[in-house]
Design a protein around this ligand. Sequence first.
Ligand code: HEC
Ligand code: HEC
Length: 314
Amino acid sequence: MRRHIPLALALLVVVACQRPAAERPVPSPIKMTGPLIAASMSMKAAWAFPADPLTDQTLDDSKLSQEIRRGFKLFTNTPAEAPRFAPGGMSCTNCHMNAGQRERSMPLVNVAGMFPEYNRRSGRLYSLGDRITDCFLRSENSTGTQLAADQLPNPSSPEVLAISAYLTWLARGASVGKNPTWRGQNTIASSALVPVEKLDRAKGEAIYMDRCATCHGPDGQGVQIGDKIAGPLWGDRSWNDGAGAARVYTLAGMIRYSMPYLDPGNITDEDAQHVAAFINSKSRPAFPFKERDYRVEKLPPDAVYYTRQISLSQ
Ligand code: HEC
Ligand code: HEC
């Protein structure tokens, strides 16, 4: 294990030095799938944004254009741009990679026109603002701040509106209500799902140490790579236990197609699930409103932090 580290570090330095300047167009070696960075691209594409409002000449100085740019900055540097809502180390782009413009990494291009949409966790229709709010509250752990309940992110918060402006700009020209083909493509096929109780955390830990720890750290807290931090995968600075990524299969689907970042896609469905089970066996901030979730729809089998809460209280 240890002897791999210098090589990996050298690779990371190379990768970090290849960072394109913000005003340069996407360099040609970057493979695209339609408007998205191809899922096969390694970390050398991590700094590329096919649509970048900071350099797009069609945006002017109107209030809306300014908010689109602000939304992009919030999305790509959340803890710095929205410190009151993001107490941890996660940016939106950590999970929705390349600012929501990477294939099989929960891309958000042309997604804005799909809202309002039924949300199973809450059992009601969600606007785009509701959906962004939820990623703040849970993935960004806004509930881990000292904010009073009425100060927490909501669909009228300026940060949420600015991100809505960016995501709506990413859907400009798209048909309202037309589901983009690239949406929902980072899930493990149901035929390949291993029952949660059969997943092997020790095996997951071994895979983690072998294939993930060079960038995410043996302690899961992430290593600084250029201006990026491979996200904290557990502990106080990570997503909270009410987040989508706190579900084992959801997390496995994220890992399966985007990681390990120098060789994305080169992990099996099964290994992605073992490693996700390991990561989601760790402690993370508690989402204080879990009892309000899944009141209408059934609790999914991979929502392990909820199961634990229920079994503890029974
Ligand atoms: C820890 C990972 C993570 C982070 C950080 C994160 N998200 Fe998400 N996001 C998810 C997951 C997982 C889903 C999909 C959940 C599901 O439907 O299973 C999602 C879904 C979404 C959706 C809906 C996408 C669709 O196709 O319906 C939007 C919009 C969104 N996130 C915006 C954001 C914004 C804005 C931020 C930053 C404030 C953010 N996310 C941060 C994990 C994350
Ligand atoms: C070469 C470095 C590298 C390796 C190896 C790597 N990652 Fe990552 N990972 C990153 C970076 C960097 C990000 C943030 C993505 C971004 O901001 O563009 C990331 C993001 C993630 C995320 C999204 C949430 C977060 O915390 O940022 C998960 C989950 C994840 N990695 C899991 C894994 C797993 C599991 C493995 C091993 C199978 C792995 N990674 C291997 C660099 C790496």
